[in-house]
Design a protein around this ligand. Sequence first.
Ligand code: BTN
Length: 238
Amino acid sequence: MSNIYLEEIDSTNRYAKLNLDKLEDKTIVHAARQTSGHGRLQRAWLDPGGDNLFLTFVLKPSSSFSNIFSNITQYLSVKLCMLLEEYGLEPQIKWPNDVLLNGRKVAGILSETVMLGNTFKGLVLGIGVNLNAAPEALECIDKPAAALNLECGHDIVLSSFRDRLVETFFADYDNFLNTGFKSIRDYYLKHACFLNKEICVRLFNENKSGIAKSVTEDGELVLVSDNKEVVLTIGDIL
Ligand code: BTN
């Protein structure tokens, strides 16, 4: 396992993708500042200033793509929640992988699959966590946002948080690769904030409303809409 530390980069995910061939499995790319972070569904991920986490896991688990890899963001959201509980917090998960504190998003997770033609090269799994931010900086973010320092009432030591996150992530990683979403489903459901609620999900080019009924064994969202069950694999709860 090797670590790459960058003072400033446009995006740790982009850096990892560009350098994927040179980076070995389980490399961590960590940047102090990120100038052009990106998120799911073409969103931007803003650096609110202060010591926040911008980190990408470079993962090369096999030479071919497995459907289990689609759940890696949910796996990371669970591992992050476990760490936040160590800080005395009560995190919740919004499907598929947003982590919330008191209803506000504290972290964003983005996995990108790298292919060369039909060949699977690896995954870059990025995470941004607001660790130390001023309230005014959070107000510049388009959705309600949280930061750990404001929830805990004290500054957060970035290096300790990062090291513990990496440790927690790899502790059950092999088990996750063998078992998939099933290995985290119980914990995920206990921390889900959206179940049995009327929600609206943004899909690529439409919105779908309904009651969030459950999450399947494969991590998909089951929505009851117009008395019909719809199973969603990708989307964003609005
Ligand atoms: C989202 O909530 O839409 C996902 C945000 C993911 C942000 C992280 S920060 C580190 C890594 N580099 C990026 O450009 N994005 C991810």
